[in-house]
Design a protein around this ligand. Sequence first.
Ligand code: GDP
Ligand code: CA
Length: 327
Amino acid sequence: MRVVVLTGGVGGARFLRGLKALQARPGQSAPQISHITAIANTGDDITLHGLRICPDLDTVMYTLGQGIDQDRGWGREGETFTTQAELSAYGAGPDWFGLGDKDLATHLIRTRMLDAGYSLTDVTAALCKRWDIGISLLPMSDERVETHVFIEQDGEKVALHFQQWWLEHRAGIPALGFANVGADQAQPAPGAIEAIQECDLVLLAPSNPVVSISPILAVPGIKEALQAKTVIGVSPIIGGSPVRGFADACLAAIGVQTQAGAVAKHLGAKADGGVLSGWLVDDVDADQVQDLESFGIRAKAVPLWMSDVDATAEIAREALALAEGIR
Ligand code: GDP
Ligand code: CA
C-alpha cells in the first residue's frame, strides 16, 4: 500500500522513522507498505543572512538520513556553531535561531539552487539524494506560505514571524491568532495532489496541529484531495500535555483545549466536511474514545510515546490497523 504522511518537524520526523521501520519489517498483521510520501510544512521557513532555511524539511531529511542530533531532535549530529558566534561578534543577529556550521551547507546549496531558478521541490529532492531517506519528501508548496503570529504590543495588534514568537519568545507572549500568509495564492507542490490521489492511506503525523498540520491543510487543494481518502491522525497531545514544545499555547490561541479529543474534533470528522476518518489517542486518554466515535471519528487508545523506533513503529502499525477497520 502507498501511504502519504502530512508532517511537521521533530514529531513528524520521528513518526516517519517508525513508519519506515514498519515498512522494513511489517510482521504478520500489517499490510506491506510499498511507498511513503511525506508532505512537509513549510510555514516555518525563514530567510536569515540571505539564506533560505526550511526547518521542517531539514528535520525530516536529517532524521531519516541518520544525520540528526538525536537529543535535540533538530540540526546535525556533532554540530558546531562557530559561524553563528562570528556573526554575533559582528552584532549580526538574530541569535535566537540556531544555525550550525554543518547545517549552513544545506542552506547555502538550497539558496544557490533557488536563486538559479529551481523549485523548492527540486531542491529538496536534490538535497535528499545525499541522505538516501527512502521516502519521497515534498514541501507542501513551492510558493512562500509563512506562518505569522498575531500578538498585542503597546496596545496594537502586530504580526511576528512564527520562528521569532516560538524561539525568541518561547511562545510566551499570548498569541491572538495565526495567519498562513500567502496560502490563498499558493499551489500544492507538484506531485503532492497526485501522491494523495494515488495513495491508499493518509496519515497525520503527531505534529503540532496549529502550526505544522494546519498550514499544510491551508494550501488550496490539499484538504479537498483528502476528502476521497481514509485519513488517520496520531494525537500529538497526551494526557492534556503537548509532550514537547508549546502546542498548548498555539491551541489556546485558536480556542481549542489541549486535549487529544478536542484536537480531533477541531480537525473534524470526514462525514461533516472535516479531515479525519480516525484518530489514535494515548492509553491515558482512553476515556475520550467513546465521545469521538459518537462524533463520527473512529478512535482507539494505544501507547503513543515515541520513546524509540520500535515503539513508534508500533504506533504506525496501530494507525494502519485502524484504517483497515474503516475501509
Ligand atoms: P516541529 O515542527 O519540530 O515543532 O515538530 P512537529 O510539529 O512535527 O511535532 C511537534 C509535536 O510533536 C509536539 O507538539 C508534540 O505534541 C508532538 N510529540 C513530540 N513527541 C511526541 C511523542 O512521543 N508522542 C506523541 N504522540 N507526540 C509527540
Ligand atoms: Ca516546525
